[in-house]
Design a protein. Structure first.
Length: 152
């Protein structure tokens, strides 16, 4: 896009929205479904919308590859949720269930869960396998995403 706008994919309907830089993105709503573009928590993603989120978003996309049976995945989930609350709207946070979407996990050679991947411009900017503490997760994410200024 331009420096004046960023493309942001809606976590509800996968509509691609242009968000003006001059407006607070945290308050932005989808032009298609009219739901908030950011809710301060990760969103589940399926095969249907995964490519849209990765390929059409101008902001970094952080994906947690996890499974319901995975104890470390459940241990890390609260830290991932808090990170989403802190880093949005500078990044999109998604959760992909590797049991429900095995083809995507296989496509990225996910062999251990949880695995986090940060995508920028449709390509992998960083990847980390294994559960992380909240402070470890925040430090790792800071390499790829800047904490947004809080809207007053």
């Amino acid at each position: 896009m331009t420096e004046d706008t960023s493309r942001v994919v809606c976590p509800h309907c996968a509509g691609v929205n242009r968000v003006p830089a001059a407006r607070p993105a945290v308050k932005a709503k989808c032009g298609r479904c009219h739901k908030p573009l950011f809710e301060g928590r990760p969103s589940a993603v399926s095969t249907k919308d995964f490519a849209t989120h990765i390929g059409r978003s101008d902001i970094p996309v952080v994906v947690d590859f996890w499974a319901d049976w995975c104890g470390p995945c459940h241990m890390m989930a609260p830290a991932f949720e808090k990170a989403a609350g802190s880093f949005e709207p500078a990044a999109r946070f998604l959760k992909l269930d590797t049991e429900a979407e095995p083809q995507i996990a296989a496509g990225y050679s996910i062999r251990s869960i949880p695995t986090l991947i940060v995508f920028k411009g449709g390509t992998i900017a960083g990847q980390q396998a294994g559960a992380m503490t909240e402070s470890g997760l925040r430090a790792w994410l800071a390499q790829f995403v800047s904490l947004p200024a809080k809207a007053g």
